[in-house]
Design a protein around this ligand. Structure first.
Ligand code: G3P
Ligand code: MG
Length: 247
C-alpha cells in the first residue's frame, strides 16, 4: 500500500489550501487523499491556511488567532498565486466537508499549532469543532488527523478517538524519544520530513511497527525510492505527477 497525498491540494497548479487547489487535486486520476491545514480565528472560526499569519498567501496581513472571521473572510487567498485565482477565499472547515463529500476525497486534516495568548482554549475549541463537523462527512471516507503539536494530537485522541492520528516531525526534531511522544497521544503513525531521510531510519520506524509517511516529496524518483524502502505514503505538491504510484 502506497498512498499519495495532495499536499495543500494540487498546490503546484493552484493556490495552496483553497477550494480551487482541492478541486484540482480531486480531478487527478487515481488520487484519493488531500492534505489541508486547519487554523482558528480569535472568534473561534475554523479556516484553512498553512501559516500563522495571513501575509504570504492572502492580500491582507495579520495573525489568524488575533483576527475575527469577519475581518478575513473577504481576503483573496489566490491572487498571490495568479490573478486567475483572485476570487478564492480562505475555505472554512464546513466547505472542506462539502468538498470531500462531493468529490469523495479522503482527508488528512493537519491541526495547526495555535499561536497567541489563548492557545490552549483555542486548541480545545479547534479539536471539538473538527470532531463535531466531521459527523457530516460521508462514512465511506477516510480521515487522518495530524499535527506537529502533541497537545493537539492528544486532544484528537480524547475528542475523536475513532480517527487515526499521526505525529508530524521535522527531520531535526525526530529524536530518540519519538515512540514516547506517539505513545502519549495514542498514535502509531509518523509523518516525517524528507530531509536526509535514510533507508536505515525508514526501516527502524517500520520495523518498530509504525506507519510512516514522508513530506514533501515532489520528485518522482525519490517517491519511488521511498516506496521501495517501505514507506506508506508521501505528501506532494505535484499529485498529478505522482498519483500513478498509488497502490
Ligand atoms: O503533514 C505534512 C506537511 O503538511 C507538514 O508540514 O508545514 O507543510 O504543514 P507543513
Ligand atoms: Mg500541512
Amino acid at each position: 500500500m502506497f498512498n499519495i497525498y495532495g499536499h495543500r491540494g494540487l498546490s503546484s497548479k493552484a493556490p495552496e489550501n483553497t477550494i480551487a487547489a482541492f478541486e484540482a487535486a480531486a480531478k487527478v486520476t487515481g488520487l484519493k487523499w488531500v492534505e489541508l491545514d486547519v487554523a482558528i480565528t480569535k472568534d473561534e472560526q475554523l479556516v484553512i491556511i498553512h501559516d500563522d499569519f495571513l501575509d504570504r498567501t492572502t492580500d491582507i496581513v495579520g495573525e489568524i488567532t488575533q483576527l475575527e472571521y469577519e475581518e478575513i473572510k473577504h481576503a483573496s487567498a489566490g491572487n498571490w498565486f495568479s490573478s486567475k485565482f483572485k476570487d478564492e477565499k480562505l475555505p472554512t472547515f464546513d466547505e472542506i466537508i462539502t468538498f470531500a463529500n462531493e468529490y469523495q476525497m479522503n482527508l488528512n486534516i493537519e491541526l495547526k499549532g495555535v499561536t497567541g495568548n489563548n492557545g490552549s482554549g483555542l486548541s480545545l475549541s479547534m479539536v471539538q469543532q473538527v470532531a463535531e463537523k466531521l459527523k457530516d462527512l460521508d462514512k465511506s471516507l477516510n480521515v487522518l488527523i495530524s499535527s506537529f503539536n502533541i497537545y493537539l494530537v492528544k486532544l484528537a485522541e480524547v475528542h475523536m478517538p475513532a480517527y487515526k492520528r499521526a505525529v508530524i516531525f521535522k527531520a531535526a526534531a525526530f529524536q530518540g524519544d519519538w515512540r514516547t511522544l506517539l505513545d502519549f497521544c495514542g498514535s502509531t503513525i509518523v509523518n516525517i520530513e524528507d530531509a536526509k531521510l535514510t533507508k536505515n531510519r525508514v526501516r527502524a520506524i517500520k520495523d518498530a511497527g509504525y506507519e510512516l509517511n514522508v513530506w514533501t516529496v515532489n520528485n518522482k524518483m525519490r517517491a519511488n525510492q521511498l516506496d521501495n524502502w517501505g514507506v506508506d505514503g508521501v505528501f506532494t505538491d505535484k499529485a498529478d505527477e505522482l498519483a500513478h504510484l498509488n497502490s
